[in-house]
Ligand binder design. Sequence first.
Ligand SMILES: [Zn+2]
Ligand SMILES: [Zn+2]
Ligand SMILES: [Zn+2]
Length: 176
Amino acid sequence: MTGWRYEVWVCDAGHTKAEEHDGFDDFDGFGDDGESCGAWKRTEIHWNENWFNAFEQAANQEHAYVQAVPVDTALPWRPRVAFEHVKGGGLCKGCWARHENTHAEHTAAPSSGDCPTCAETRRTRRGPLTRTPFGTEFMCEDCRATFRRLHERESREPDKRLYRAVLDVARGDAGV
Ligand SMILES: [Zn+2]
Ligand SMILES: [Zn+2]
Ligand SMILES: [Zn+2]
């Protein structure tokens, strides 16, 4: 076969809880997701117009991604990660970034010694992979709404494909 090969790679790190996929302990501020994982198993391959099957299979896993690989294409494309999915998963990076910008005074809870404001933010789980003007990011509902509002304030109405889950836009493109 030639054209685009869509490989489904499933997390094989052996985690049993959703939050272990990119847990807070491994969070380095702005690093890639999947830091606490690192072991991957290729499960399925789909070709060309069947690309959405690969997205769908990845989305049904706890943690998976789709690698798009050009095979003998006329143009020298490079392989790229076309889609990523983490069910549950770790902290929302957008929430944590906003938290770090605004929260300076830590207060320790008497019982645990942990700052309740920090602890609260740490509980915010990121949402699905979302389209932004700067590429794709995992975003919770809150972050998506906030970024959309900022965009609207600064310019005109953002592109209809932005600030939506990658999977939803893909579903529309695939016509399913
Ligand atoms: Zn994982
Ligand atoms: Zn968020
Ligand atoms: Zn704090």
